[in-house]
Design a protein. Sequence first.
Length: 112
Amino acid sequence: MTHSSVFHTVLEVPLVIAIPNSFKLGGRDWTVEIHDVINNEPDLYGDCDGFECIIRLKKSSMDVMQHTFYHEFVHAMCFTLGWEKFNEDEAKVDTLSGVLLQFLKSRRGKVQ
Ligand SMILES: [Zn+2]
């Protein structure tokens, strides 16, 4: 990578939002694991284990893993807040994760 391409990358708003290795919610530390297969279920793309504080993602394209991560992250927030009814509503969880990811991808600039 040349110096100019590094500079170019810094100026651009990254469209790919990094998936963290770990984060905190409330007073608990969460970790993110990448697996070839989750819970022996080949069709499962993600899993949120609120008791162990682990989000598991199936190894796939970054776009799919990103969407899946934020879906599972919303489950993790609901679990942390005790929002059981919301947590069981997959449509709401997926809609909220979609707008959250849209915000993260489209944000620009910094208020001074
Ligand atoms: Zn879900």
